[in-house]
Design a protein around this ligand. Structure first.
Ligand code: SF4
Ligand code: SF4
Length: 105
């Protein structure tokens, strides 16, 4: 019973993580400008490999980085600084429809 639960949990986590396109766009510093949070693409997180766009501390990212935030459905729906090309934004905000003129990095 517990192993079935663990397998189901692992499958669910893999499906959720599979939505990420590993673009790394969410891993840059944010600034508050003109009443909105904007991404500063000149300042990557110190744990981001800017060549591969991968996190170098992924499994312990929340402990390693105080600014790292867990992705949730609410983020996908409402956080404006996420790019339109983010897999979570595409899945939940646009329901798989590619938005015309989608913002990319
Ligand atoms: S620690 Fe978080 S913000 Fe930094 S690179 Fe890793 S996933 Fe991105
Ligand atoms: S912006 Fe979205 S797709 Fe890109 S790395 Fe971040 S969570 Fe993944």
């Amino acid at each position: 019973m517990m192993s079935r639960f663990r397998t189901a949990f692992a499958d669910r986590r893999a499906r959720w993580e599979g939505l990420c396109r590993r673009c790394g766009v969410c891993c840059y510093e944010k600034d508050f400008r003109g009443g909105a949070v904007v991404t500063d693409y000149r300042r990557p997180c110190i744990h981001l490999n800017t060549v591969t766009h991968e996190c170098t501390v992924y499994e312990r990212r929340f402990a390693a980085c105080p600014n790292c935030r867990k992705m949730t459905i609410l983020h996908a729906l409402f956080v404006r600084w996420l790019p339109d090309t983010c897999g979570y934004v595409q899945r939940y905000r646009y329901r798989g429809r590619v938005r015309r003129g989608a913002r990319a990095f």
